[in-house]
Design a protein. Structure first.
Length: 202
């Protein structure tokens, strides 16, 4: 009985987390925004390490001094997010600088490399973004979705899911425990060590 109550309580928590992540990471994209994670501290404290930033496209000529932009390098392989120190509208390039950097960036940013301006930032969400994109995160997501599916079946009056899995050497409970270990422990470790592999280099 305790196992069943504990399992249902955990599933409710998982469901809430799943909905929050789904809304937080997907809803802004409906409005044309792209989500990236911050992997260094050159824009702290405004954009701390581990944050998720939401970037919206903007015409280069409308970008003002002081706005934070995301752009690609000349090779197009790396995303960088820095603040605009100057927008040269005659030669069509930006001069940028990280807030915590002492000097401006050595290379100007061409208008065609602009990805957009930063609209808002969610602290720590970048860790989740990176984790869910990793192999371990995808495995954990499969466990969670399976657990939610089983819980929905149970609520509809189907076979008692937890009883079935208890009779099968408690595989379901072990699966939930494994999913928690796969998901939360690595994520907490990354927050502790500040070692993440994001999409945006600041």
């Amino acid at each position: 009985m305790r196992l069943k109550i504990w399992g249902k309580g955990l599933l409710k928590i998982i469901w809430v987390i799943f909905v929050i992540l789904l809304v937080g990471l997907s809803f802004p994209q409906i409005y044309g925004m792209k989500c990236y994670s911050v992997m260094s501290g050159s824009m702290s404290p405004d954009l701390p390490v581990g944050s998720a930033i939401y970037v919206k496209e903007k015409e280069p000529e409308k970008v003002e001094k002081g706005e934070i932009i995301t752009f690609t390098t000349e090779q197009g392989r790396t995303m960088i997010t820095h603040r605009v120190a100057e927008n040269n509208k005659e030669k069509h390039f930006f001069v940028t600088k990280g807030d915590s950097n002492q000097y401006q960036d050595t290379k100007p940013v061409k208008w065609e490399n602009l990805q957009g301006t930063v609209v808002f930032c969610i602290p720590f969400a970048g860790y989740v973004l990176n984790f869910t994109g990793s192999r371990t995160g995808k495995i954990a997501a499969v466990f969670f979705l399976f657990a939610i599916f089983c819980n929905l079946r149970d609520r509809r009056g189907s076979v008692n899911t937890f009883s079935v899995f208890e009779d099968r050497n408690k595989h379901f409970t072990h699966g939930i425990s494994a999913a928690c270990k796969l998901c939360f422990l690595p994520c907490l470790q990354r927050i502790k060590d500040c070692q993440i592999f994001g999409l945006v280099k600041l």
